[in-house]
Design a protein around this ligand. Structure first.
Ligand SMILES: *Cc1c(COP(=O)(O)O)cnc(C)c1O
Length: 303
């Protein structure tokens, strides 16, 4: 499945072409890169005759909702191990969890301390004792099969035409998949949505190429954090282009790309492709938080 690229017509001083690949339009629930990351994992779970998918995530996780959606669509039971015991009594106030539950996901709420053990075999055996057999998908969905799925984001035309590919970066799985399908003459920039340099190590474990870099100047205070400037930017960009961006990932990346264009980072005649990795479901939850602080909200979540 391939999504065509939309050109963004903004006024740049240099001769720069800017496009966005609307992966957010791949599927109404299993959005963007989460669709790519789940595709081969779903195939593997079917081959192994597993009927349950179990995964991990935070309160507003795009990945949690995507797994719930994949379960509903492809016939799996789903279990979400959720960080934060206090959320158990607030499912209906949380649009992500409420929707995941509606799609059939069963939750297991754990303390932040317990959640930190999510990769330890003792915790996994505890989960197996509690829930029986399952196909385990890591937090954020990143594993070898996820990266294989993300290698399908770029088309042959994309790798011929573009000089730069940009994407938002969480665990780094999507970035790793994109890097694997680059040609030598292209550069990839991953815009980190969180603080911390450990990410490039993660990517290095999965790729052998070197024509990529991580930019961590546009995380806006860290994972899930926003500023008034970022929210105003999302609304302005939507007004100018009719393209909605999410506040956690794609908004920060697009802000970064436009800022770098203005600062002259990209050479003349650059052809840049930004990957819209989805995540628009998170806008509702973010708007509740903004509203409770009497802040400007993100304008487009009903579309
Ligand atoms: C999960 C997510 C990312 C991060 O992907 P990684 O593979 O974890 O780096 C980026 N954008 C959106 C919209 C996401 O939901």
């Amino acid at each position: 499945m391939q999504i065509h690229n939309t050109e963004i017509q903004l006024d740049f001083k240099k001769n720069i072409k800017l496009f966005i690949k609307r992966e957010d339009l791949l599927h109404p629930i299993i959005s963007g890169n989460k669709y790519r990351k789940l595709k081969y994992n779903i195939e593997a779970a079917k081959k192994l005759h597993q009927d349950t998918l179990l995964t991990f995530g935070g309160a507003f996780s795009n990945h949690i909702l995507a797994v719930a959606g994949a379960g509903a669509e492809f016939g799996f039971k789903t279990i979400g191990v959720i960080r934060g015991e206090e959320l158990e009594s607030k499912i209906q106030d949380n649009p992500t969890l409420a929707k995941a539950q509606e799609l059939g996901m069963q939750f297991y709420f754990v303390t932040r301390a317990a959640y930190r053990n999510k990769e330890q075999t003792s915790f996994i055996s505890h989960l197996q004792n509690k829930f029986g057999e399952f196909y385990l998908i890591p937090e954020g969905g990143t594993n070898q099969l996820a990266i294989k799925g993300c290698e399908e984001i770029l088309t042959e035309t994309d790798v011929d035409y573009f000089t730069h590919i940009t994407c938002a970066l969480g665990t780094g799985g999507t970035t790793a998949g994109l890097i694997n399908s680059l040609t030598q003459k292209q550069q990839l920039i991953g815009f980190s949505s969180l603080k911390g340099a450990f990410l490039s190590e993660v990517i290095r474990n999965f790729v052998s190429k070197t024509n990529w870099s991580i930019n961590d100047a546009y995380h806006f205070g860290g994972y899930g954090k926003v500023t008034d400037e970022l929210i105003s930017f999302l609304n302005l960009f939507y007004k100018q282009t009719s393209i909605p961006l999410d506040p956690v990932y794609t908004g920060k990346m697009v802000f970064g790309v436009l800022d770098l264009i203005q600062k002259g980072y990209f050479p003349d005649n650059s052809k840049i492709l930004m990957i819209h990795t989805g995540g628009l479901q998170g806008i509702k939850g973010m708007n509740f938080a903004l509203q409770s602080k009497n802040k400007e909200i993100i304008q487009f979540y009903e579309i």
